[in-house]
Design a protein around this ligand. Structure first.
Ligand code: GDP
Ligand code: IMO
Ligand code: MG
Length: 399
């Protein structure tokens, strides 16, 4: 399952919903910058590192492509039911995120000044950068060379005090003890005995380090093609992707957002949809559906099936708009990419095909929602297989 926008499409809710059909749920990218929400009755759970199948009692896998912050994982495990820990397997190759990475994340943001990315400050950029520099401590190293001399010298040279490391190493060992193994082999093994694994992406396609709205992106890969690499499995084992989109768009942090709503409707949608960051609590920026961006994301991920979330939110909003193309330098275009700055120069071209106002979901999919499903299937060349119309687990319709 991958997000087709800038994250927060409702992946957590749908992973939990679908988890019944799988033996295990695996994360393959990102780190504790993710905030995946699952609501059962009136109880809300936010997952940062633990896969969102935890409350369905599934086996839980954290693949090598994840940047693992043991402090966050420790806190997360404390508030989850006791049996969740026993279900967890963490790949030994995961890079670790330390307090130094978090401190340096803040230093970099300050350095960028007005062009700050608006990161989650979870140390994600520095941790993946250290991996690329071949300085990153990994989970396996906690039990081998726990001095972490290279990363310590590296941060000292940047003016970041490494003295917190020894205590953090001891705490990290305690958190991951008994949970470390080879996730790639485990996924293949589950497949061999006829089982299946749901791969849960964090972030969204437009935040991908290579293919997103660079430089306003995250530091890992958020697209389907990263599933095998992030887990350490052959591409042939990666299965069929499901894309998730929210029936409007949100973005947390800075960066271009062509279909951003500039009037009071954005406040209304934010309030009805409770659009505040699950990790940082920041208000999310709100925009209309953007078909240019979505066609790009659908193409990049090769998704044939999609899920649409948050339809209930549009029931409260009189207006409904869809961005069908961009205008750039006097001509219409459906190009999502371009030079740095291109996305902040384009003007959205909108269509208001129908209104979703007043649609009710108590007795199945209402006519207005059927119209939206048909409209998106036509426009994106996909099949809509799931519709989510409320935060609660059961507010889901399979088509
Ligand atoms: P994720 O990062 O993709 O897992 O999404 P988040 O959990 O960060 O953000 C989605 C938010 O919308 C959470 O607060 C969910 O509880 C909520 N949510 C998910 N699906 C729906 C839906 O269909 N309707 C409403 N109203 N809320 C939803
Ligand atoms: P989920 O999995 C929404 C955004 C940040 C920032 C940029 C870089 O819940 O969909 P980072 O901390 O990764 O270096 O920040 O990416 N971002 C997210 N936005 N949902 C997320 O995850 C995000 N993870 C990172 O807001 O703009
Ligand atoms: Mg989220």
């Amino acid at each position: 399952m991958v997000g087709l926008q800038w994250g927060d499409e409702g992946k957590g809710k749908l992973v939990d919903y679908l988890a019944d059909q799988f033996d295990a749920v695996a994360r393959f990218n990102g780190g504790s910058n993710a905030g995946h929400t699952v609501v059962i009755g009136d109880k809300k759970h936010t997952f940062h590192l633990v896969p969102s199948g935890a409350l369905k009692g599934r086996e839980l896998l954290i693949g090598a492509g994840v940047a693992l912050d043991p402090s966050v994982l420790g806190e997360e495990l404390l508030i989850l039911p006791e049996n969740v820990r026993r279900k967890l397997l963490i790949d030994a190759r995961c890079s670790l995120v330390s307090p130094l990475d978090k401190e340096f994340d803040a230093v970099l943001e300050k350095m960028r000044g007005t062009s700050a990315i608006g990161t989650t400050r979870r140390g994600i950029g520095p941790a993946y950068a250290a991996r690329a520099l071949r300085l990153s401590p990994r989970v396996v190293d906690l039990f081998g060379d726990p001095k972490f001399a290279d990363i310590s010298r590296f941060y000292s040279s940047l003016g970041v005090d490494p003295s917190a490391l020894p205590e953090w190493i001891e705490e990290s060992k305690r958190v991951v003890a008994g949970l470390v193994g080879d996730v790639g082999s485990r996924v293949v093994e589950i497949g061999k005995r006829g089982g299946s694994v749901l791969f849960e992406a964090s972030q969204g396609t437009l935040l991908d380090l290579l293919h997103g709205s660079y430089p306003f992106v995250t530091s890992s890969h958020t697209v389907v093609s990263y599933v095998p690499a992030g887990l350490g499995i052959p591409p042939s084992e990666a299965g069929e992707p499901l894309g998730v989109l929210k029936c409007y768009t949100t973005r947390v942090g800075s960066g271009p957002f062509p279909s951003e709503i500039k009037d009071h409707t954005s406040d209304q949608i934010r309030s009805v949809g409770n659009e505040y960051g699950a990790t940082t609590g920041r208000p999310r920026r709100v925009g209309w559906l953007d078909l240019v961006a979505l066609k790009y994301a659908v193409g990049l991920n090769g998704v044939k099936n999609i899920a649409i979330s948050k339809l209930d939110v549009l029931s409260e909003v009189r207006e409904f708009r869809v961005c069908v193309s961009y205008r750039h330098m006097g001509s219409e275009t459906s190009n999502f990419h371009g030079s740095l700055g291109y996305l902040s120069e384009v003007e959205p071209v909108y269509e208001s095909p129908f209104t979703m106002y007043g649609a009710r979901y108590d007795s199945g999919l209402p006519t207005q929602a059927k119209k939206l499903v048909d409209y998106l299937e036509q426009a994106l060349g996909v099949c809509v297989t799931l519709v989510s119309h409320g935060e609660e687990r059961l507010r889901t319709i399979e088509l």
